[in-house]
Design a protein around this ligand. Structure first.
Ligand code: TYM
Length: 373
């Protein structure tokens, strides 16, 4: 076992999601609550059925209010430090379901300021360029331009900064240190920065001039921000933000989240070619197969540790029946690792073929989504 680290800036080691629920103080996403969400949404989603989303903060409160006809807005985002990879897209795929199902406004924050501050190698110009590039990946998923508002921090600074200072005034250095692990070596920009990610939690209330509760779909690494936002909400007279947390799409190499900093070869980017997808999965996807075909046929594979199977389960095979067949065939030894990998390769190649077309179309529509002040 390698030591688990989960912060907004680093995720590594063997991740124990039960332990995270305890450490972060979040709540389990129970079957009962999933049913409630599906009822309000009017449809089910495989990421709920499979507990890819597994934890939450006050989702029950958000659903109750939604049921009573009170306003709700969705909020999620991206830190533009480089190309978008498939892991980043996981919460956005689910966000698309939520927006369609709940008909809610959606705010998408792109934190070029954060990435400039926390990555010594990145210039302000570079993070801004990545911001507008990454926005294309988000728009490509088909969000409703009338209800979706993208904020690029340094270009929406007038509104955000004015909100962030109100939040920052209520957060002490000792609590920021405890929540984010800041030290005396952390630059002062980063010390202030969490107030900028907390600000959009309340932006819908400010823009609509009434109380609008936000619901944030994101992986659990972003949760520390919501802790800060929820602490200050009553002090500033806003409803506490609510959240629904996903697990991580693992790196092709296995444990930890997929992340560019871990390695280019164990990460699949939205701009990868079909050949790159095939090569990466064939060469690097950690296998739950046995040492020889003979042994594999006898003992069967281990889907629980097989990254190709996990990617299908988490994101790329929405059909429960098909997934079950793959599970059983692999576990019994009928399906070999190469065959399992071929299924995943085809799925991702198809997904990316369509995504790249939509990404190009998004260039023309970018302006319709960007919120200006
Ligand atoms: P960033 O760019 O690190 O990640 C963008 C979103 O992707 C999620 N994520 C993953 N999900 C599943 N599997 C993975 N391997 C994986 N890697 C990343 C993150 O949880 C996130 O939802 N500071 C933020 C940007 C931000 C934001 C937000 C994110 C601003 N406001 C509100 C979520 C919600 C960041 O750097 O995200």
């Amino acid at each position: 076992m390698t030591k688990m680290v989960v912060t907004p800036w680093e995720v590594s080691g063997d991740i124990d999601y039960e332990k995270l629920i305890k450490e972060f103080g979040t709540q389990h996403l129970t079957d009962e609550l999933i049913k409630k969400l599906e009822k309000e949404a009017g449809s089910s989603h495989f990421m709920l059925r499979r507990k890819v989303f597994f934890s939450h903060r006050d989702l029950d409160v958000a659903l109750k209010e939604y049921d009573e006809g009170k306003p709700i807005a969705l909020y999620t985002g991206r830190g533009p430090s480089g190309k978008t990879h498939l892991g980043h897209m996981l919460p956005w795929v689910f966000t698309k379901y939520l927006q369609d199902a709940l008909g809610a406004n959606l705010y998408f924050q792109i934190t070029d300021d954060e990435k400039f501050l926390c990555k010594p190698e990145l210039s302000k110009e570079k993070t801004k360029t990545w911001a507008y590039d990454n926005a294309l990946d988000f728009i490509a998923l088909g969000f409703n331009p009338k209800k979706t508002f993208i904020i690029v921090d340094t270009d929406y600074a007038k509104t955000l900064y004015n909100m962030a200072i109100q939040i920052a005034k209520k957060v002490t250095a000792s609590s920021a240190k405890a929540v984010f692990g800041f030290t005396n070596e952390t630059n002062i920009g980063m010390m202030f920065w969490p107030a900028m990610q907390a600000a959009p939690c309340f932006l819908p209330s400010v823009l609509e001039k009434r109380n609008v509760r936000t619901l944030i779909p994101a992986a659990i690494d972003q949760d520390p921000y919501w802790r800060i936002a929820r602490d200050v909400a009553p002090k500033l007279g806003y409803p506490k933000t609510t959240a629904i947390h996903s697990i991580f799409l693992p790196s092709l190499a296995g444990p930890g989240k997929m992340s560019t900093s871990v390695g280019q070869n164990t990460t699949i980017f939205t701009t990868d070619t079909p050949e790159q997808v095939e090569e990466k999965i064939m060469k690097y996807a950690f296998s739950g197969g046995r040492g020889s075909i003979k042994e594999h046929r006898e003992k069967g594979g281990v889907p629980e540790v097989d990254v190709s199977y996990q990617w299908l389960r988490i994101m790329f095979e929405p059909d429960d029946k098909k997934l079950k067949e793959i599970y059983e065939d692999y576990k019994s030894g009928k399906m070999l690792t190469g065959e399992l990998k071929a299924i995943l390769i085809e799925k991702i190649q198809k997904f990316l073929e369509n995504h790249k077309k939509e990404r190009e179309r998004a260039r023309k529509n970018l302006d319709k989504f960007i919120l200006k002040d």
